[in-house]
Design a binder for this molecule. Structure first.
Ligand SMILES: O=C(O)CCC(=O)C(=O)O
Ligand SMILES: [Fe+2]
Length: 462
């Protein structure tokens, strides 16, 4: 039985070591040393105690487990969680629960505990559920035997990709964790990390910490009923005027001037130059950076780009368009579109849609933040104004077999000029793209938009 228990503990990632224990221990023959369970078989009286101690370890975060020395202690809620955990472990191993809840322990309450569990009154389950280890509906089956570092709902399913996490929830999950889609899939596919390594990578991408309040909001957003996002800032002034909103309705795009400060623009330009190796004084350095022949710059976590995603004005502008405050900022790339020259032609994106053309097209927005003044011929963002109003009807009028994505909108598209710090927001039903830069300086940009936790999405891609 001892072998069975220790093999189980090792299989779930609780380290076990056999050694002579000379000091006095709280539980006979068992002590904890930096998160490892140390067993002295000559002194061990109740092998079931191993499951209780392991239960205490299991309900702590990995970083907290290694702090444990001697005994796990027995603070109320965690004691209940450890009890619920050890009962589930006994069931899982096919052991008589009386081996765990033995007469010598539990201050004489072991029989009462056994009676409760036998009658289906499962103790400690709300706590285990809160820790993400099981659900009330499936207990004593456990979703996971060890508590995660971050405790984010659905993260384990997303990591294992054995269970389906739908596209909308995936986006909310990654936005909430401050992660870009591409970098996350690249990391998972290329590194094939353990779950613990994945969590550590997430924390590193966030500069070493993710605040607990953000995790709590994200967990609510990912629950069946939650819709939490970034909190509203009631003090923030409206970002778009009634005229702006009327313009938006009519044209399907709008420019929010001074969405970020000149200092924030300058810091972001510096970050992009740092990444690409571009020196504004020397045009030869504008080409051949690590981004290759592309205007997309995979710069996701520089402090300057992160700060822009938390701009209150940007949040307000999107909140007005969505008519709700609980939004998450996408973690998207930056942009660097240098002037065309021999050997370097504008690589696109030409006019396109990023949304499925299955009708009706749901509401959705996208955005680009200009970091320097952007003239019409400087690779400006371009779009077909007002197309959001007619797209459904236009799609319906196309003869069978005609691909809407192959139609030429170049005559109807207009370049949207702007100053440094301007945010251009457009309805995703507008054909849009960047454009060739025939000016003498590059266009610097950051792609940013915000969405609620849930949004309407067509699974069929047309
Ligand atoms: O870079 C641009 O101006 C357009 C980018 C674009 O197509 C997009 O962000 O979806
Ligand atoms: Fe696009």
């Amino acid at each position: 039985m001892l072998r069975k228990i220790t093999a189980f503990l090792e299989s779930i990632g609780v380290p076990v070591r056999h050694a002579q224990i000379t000091e006095q221990t709280f539980v006979p023959g068992i002590t904890l040393d930096r998160g490892t369970i140390v067993i002295d078989e000559s002194k061990l009286l109740y092998p079931g105690d191993l499951l209780h101690e392991a239960g205490h370890l299991a309900v702590l975060r990995p970083g907290e487990r290694v702090d444990l020395q001697g005994t796990a202690g027995d603070s109320g809620a965690f004691e209940m969680a450890a009890i619920g955990w050890s009962w589930a472990a006994a069931q899982h191993l096919g052991l008589d629960p009386a081996i765990v809840f033995h007469d010598a322990g539990y201050k004489g309450e072991s029989q009462a505990l056994l009676d409760n569990f036998a009658a289906g009154r499962f103790l400690g389950v709300p706590m285990l559920e809160w820790l993400g280890l099981t659900t009330a509906a499936t207990y004593p089956a456990m979703t996971s035997w060890l508590r995660d570092e971050l405790g984010v709902r659905r993260l384990r399913e997303f990591w294992s990709r054995r269970e389906d996490v739908d596209w909308v929830a995936t986006n909310t999950l990654l936005c909430g964790l401050g992660l870009g889609l591409r970098e996350t899939y690249d990391f998972l596919l290329q590194q094939k990390p353990s779950f613990a390594d994945f969590e550590q990578w997430i924390v590193r991408q966030n500069g070493g910490t993710i605040d607990a309040e953000r995790i709590a909001r994200l967990n609510l957003a990912l629950s069946d009923h939650g819709i939490a996002g970034e909190p509203a800032n009631p003090a923030a002034e409206p970002a778009l005027s009634p005229e702006d909103l009327a313009f938006w309705d009519e044209n399907g795009y709008v420019v929010r001037h001074e969405a970020i400060s000149p200092e924030a623009c300058a810091a972001t330009v510096r970050a992009i130059c740092g990444f690409t190796g571009a020196d504004l004084e020397h045009p030869d350095t504008w080409y051949g950076g690590p981004q290759g022949h592309s205007i997309w710059i995979p710069l996701f976590h520089d402090p300057a780009v992160t700060a822009n995603r938390h701009s209150a004005r940007i949040h307000r502008a999107f909140a007005q368009l969505w008519d709700r405050e609980d939004l998450w900022a996408t973690v998207d790339q930056a942009g660097f579109n240098p002037p065309e020259r021999a050997g370097w032609r504008f690589p696109g994106p030409h006019l396109h849609w990023d949304v499925s053309l299955a009708r009706p097209i749901p509401f959705g927005v996208q955005g680009i933040l200009y970091l320097t003044d952007t003239a019409a011929n400087q690779g400006a963002f371009s779009c077909v104004p007002g197309f959001h109003k007619k797209i459904d009807q236009w799609l319906g009028s196309l003869p069978d077999g005609v691909d809407p994505r192959q139609q030429d909108f170049s005559k109807e598209a207009i370049p949207i000029t702007g100053r440094a710090g301007d945010l251009v927001i457009w309805h995703h039903a507008l054909p849009h793209g960047s454009s060739p830069n025939s000016a003498t300086v590059p266009r610097f940009a950051q792609y940013i938009f915000m969405r609620p936790s849930r949004w309407e999405y067509r699974t069929e891609w047309l």
